[in-house]
Design a protein around this ligand. Sequence first.
Ligand SMILES: Nc1ncnc2c1ncn2[C@@H]1O[C@H](COP(=O)(O)OP(=O)(O)O)[C@@H](O)[C@H]1O
Ligand SMILES: [Mg+2]
Length: 219
Amino acid sequence: MNSLAVENLSGGYGKLGVFRDTFLTVAPGETVGIFGPNGAGKTTLLSTIMGLLPAMSGRVMLGGADVTHMPAYRRARSGIALVPEGRQILSTLTVGDNLELARVSTGAKSNDKAFNGRLDEVYSLFPRLLERSKQLGGSLSGGEQQMLAIARALLIKPSILILDEPTQGLAPVVVQGLRETLAKLKGRFGIILVEQNRDFLDSLVDRTITMRAGICSPT
Ligand SMILES: Nc1ncnc2c1ncn2[C@@H]1O[C@H](COP(=O)(O)OP(=O)(O)O)[C@@H](O)[C@H]1O
Ligand SMILES: [Mg+2]
């Protein structure tokens, strides 16, 4: 299990700076919350950690290795998994094929025992996905789509699981189910949980960082 260290990181879009001088560490098994209003720069920070956006300055370290200039697909193979805001599952592919895409991204073959073991594990964690494996992603409810997005992230065998506002748009009973799922996963790898639902966040994290106008501070 690897730790993540974000060191003096700044980022944004082109020349537009969105967040700056950010320090954040996630130890193996630790769950760190990030709380902050809309527009604070949370998604931009997560995208930069994942490598979907280039850093303007500073470093992203994974298990002591500098991954700041590594493309996103290689960071994923190194163990950084993002469950993006709005889930972003593929609505015109089946549930099963959405999960098979994770196989492609890890480079595992169809007979790869480790990957197939993880697939069995995510189907037992989310039996609903097994029941619906032949249905199109777009036919799932919001809660089921969130399960699929998390399942996809688990299949890459994360060291660090990053979740960007996973409760957004979910009914309270579904949020409760998601809380139970994340409580089960907590401790198995590092987690960064971005949330505006404070009760949800507080019930799961070891500590929380607040982000406002691009600046992170301990809470
Ligand atoms: N693709 C983009 N291009 C330019 N600016 C963007 C883009 N996406 C977000 N922003 C701006 O970056 C700032 C932070 O946005 P974001 O990281 O999405 O915040 P949060 O996730 O905390 O709501 C906002 O001012 C937003 O308008
Ligand atoms: Mg966001």
